[in-house]
Design a protein around this ligand. Structure first.
Ligand SMILES: [Zn+2]
Length: 300
């Protein structure tokens, strides 16, 4: 029996030098604090909804949809990143056709997404998303400029959590390949576009993904531990391809409306397997087993 208060981390490690990739990290969190908002106390630990605790400077910057915390970032950097996040917010909500914020199940008393700009430590990840917000490490930022790709990637994770609702506080409800593939798709990764590129990736990734089949990566444990560095980046590209096929008119031809509805199905209590088939009209197992043949038809 797992201690419900102990967060369980699921993450994927990419070396510090590979700053361009939006890192995935998903986690689950135990009981939440209610009422008193300790985040706002000067130098309080910032760890509400997140098991990662960092001291902040007591002067968060609040914008329409975000509250930006940091240990030592300048006001200018907070404003700059908040501006990037606001434009990403507008873009992704339009993409998902989320018109009413009632579609987003914020925790009680909350209406905004938290961002924490980490300056003083450099962990091995660039971004870290969880129910309620995300962190950006120095890996994702150069001076005040943080990677818009990473911001979009992490924000898509957060919106997934918020669409799926409080059930996702305790853990990711969708498969890894879908979660990371969708985040990369929204962030603009479209690296694999031909049979040749696909086959080259498959040859590399056969080491870490069984049969180089991204749809077989349901949980992080399905990936070999050697999936780091360039192989990790290429795994993300394959995840993105698997999601792009679903949404491309030349592929399965489904839409982001179906994606939004899938997450809302999760909120209703459906499993990912059931929600996937309901919204995409394709049994998940059929997609996994037939992935190679789908790609043979799809990619030029
Ligand atoms: Zn991710």
């Amino acid at each position: 029996m797992t201690d419900p208060h102990r967060p369980r981390f699921l993450r994927f490690i990419v070396p510090l030098s590979l700053v361009s990739i939006a890192l995935l990290v998903c986690l689950s969190q135990g009981a939440m604090s209610e009422g008193h908002d300790a985040r706002r106390e000067p130098t309080a630990s910032w760890c509400l909804y997140s098991p990662l605790c960092y001291e902040h400077d007591g002067v968060p910057l609040e914008t329409e949809n975000f509250v930006v915390f940091s240990d030592t970032a300048s006001d200018w950097k907070k404003e700059f990143v908040a501006g990037q996040a606001e434009s990403a917010w507008t873009e992704i909500l339009a993409l998902l056709d989320i018109e009413s914020e009632e579609d987003l199940a914020f925790a009680p008393g909350r209406t905004k997404v938290d961002i924490f700009l980490l300056e003083e430590e450099t962990p091995e990840w660039g971004g870290w998303a969880y129910y309620g917000g995300f962190l950006l490490s120095p890996i994702a930022c150069s001076n005040v400029y943080c990677s818009i790709r990473t911001i979009k990637h992490e924000l898509m994770h957060v919106l997934g959590f918020l669409l799926a609702g409080p059930r996702s506080i305790h853990g990711m409800l969708v498969d890894v390949w879908f979660d990371e593939g969708l985040a990369e798709y929204v962030a603009g990764t479209h690296e694999i576009t031909t049979q040749g590129e696909y086959e080259a990736r498959c040859r590399e990734l056969d080491l870490v993904i069984s049969g180089a089949n991204p749809v077989s990566v349901h949980k992080w444990d399905d990936l070999a531990t050697s999936a780091t560095g360039t192989l990790g980046i290429h795994a993300y590209e394959l995840f993105e391809l698997a999601v792009r096929y679903l949404l491309d008119e030349d592929g399965l031809g489904r839409t982001m409306d179906d994606v939004r509805q899938l997450y809302l199905d999760l909120r209703e209590g459906y499993s990912f397997v059931t929600a996937f088939e309901r919204q995409f009209g394709l049994p998940l197992l059929q997609y996994e087993v037939g992935f190679q043949s789908y790609m043979d038809t799809y990619l030029p």
